[in-house]
Write a protein that binds this ligand. Sequence first.
Ligand code: FES
Ligand SMILES: [Fe+2]
Length: 378
Amino acid sequence: MTEGLARVRAALTSAEQSSHDAGWTMPSAFYTDPDFHALELEHLFAREWHCVGRVEEIAQSGQWFPYRLLNEPLVITHGTDGTIRALSNVCRHRGTLIATEKGKGRRLLCPYHHWAYDLTGQLKAAPKIEERPGFAVKDCKLPSFPCEVWMGFIYVNLDQDAKLFAPQVADLEAMIGPYHMEDMWLGYTGEAVWETNWKSMIENYMEGYHLSPLHKTGLANLNPTDMCEHLEPQENWFGYSVGFPEDLPRVTAGDPGLTKHQSNTCIMAMIHPGNGIGLAADYSSYLCIQPEGTNKVRYKAGILFWGDAWPQSAVDRAVELFHQTMEEDRSVLEPMMIGYQSAHHAPGPIAPAPLEGTILDLAKYAARRLGPVIDAEA
Ligand code: FES
Ligand SMILES: [Fe+2]
């Protein structure tokens, strides 16, 4: 076993055994070691479900959008049969990418030599080589991947043998179902690449300790650190909740079926490995996070709004606050990667469970899924 992997393994073992009031942060190797990252890619990202966006992005049949999931270029289509599919976006002719942007039509047309596919991935036309011996258009199809829609989100798994997604998050659905995210409307989407580790981004998204200090002029007015509570971590997700101050003006209380407590509580959930949901009755945000190496992370984000009481100015304010929050987060997460290179970086104590228990939850998840894999490598 390499020295880096050995350090990560020892820290995972400690995390596994640690209680939430005695946890320590992970050593830098957890975020920087290339061998450990290779195991994350192979044993987490290549096997788990990933959110790739929202159904509203392809609300009508005939629509599609491209999405790169790790090294797999995908095109997500809404077929004329109403089914949403995740297809390989790699042309079966010479391999260029077929869809380069969001589109609509009966056919996906490869820009190179105009091979045409229907929205199930079936090749329909291959100009001038349709009669070629040894090749039949009808036998040529774009590979497809397991794909499910849940709460209005689209999930894809690169593993053809993946177990169904929805049953794996039934416990989360029981908690957040009453907010009816599937009925919220998409008011913003964006994508970005940050120079940080994917787990650092997740830890940040999932802890409330930093809300009041880092986001003191913005998000902390809505969700202050003192109102955080830790949620019991589950097999496939973990999270915390944070209240809204009683006197905070809100555009809507959300679904009429919500209790006052539900209306006044934001639920932060992370579905492993990288789908973060910041759910609230009035509006919610989400992140679809994927690594691009140990020190780079790509994400797609969106903001969802409940109901029709939203003036454009209130939507704009929500989007602005989202940008401010993300910029403030980036301002600490990118320098953190410099900190991890230091010979003087050392694990520190984590704050009490309501504030930073989720830091330990992520480490315990890594220990559960990757500890045995590291042991098998040894
Ligand atoms: S590469 Fe797509 S048609 Fe030739
Ligand atoms: Fe933050």
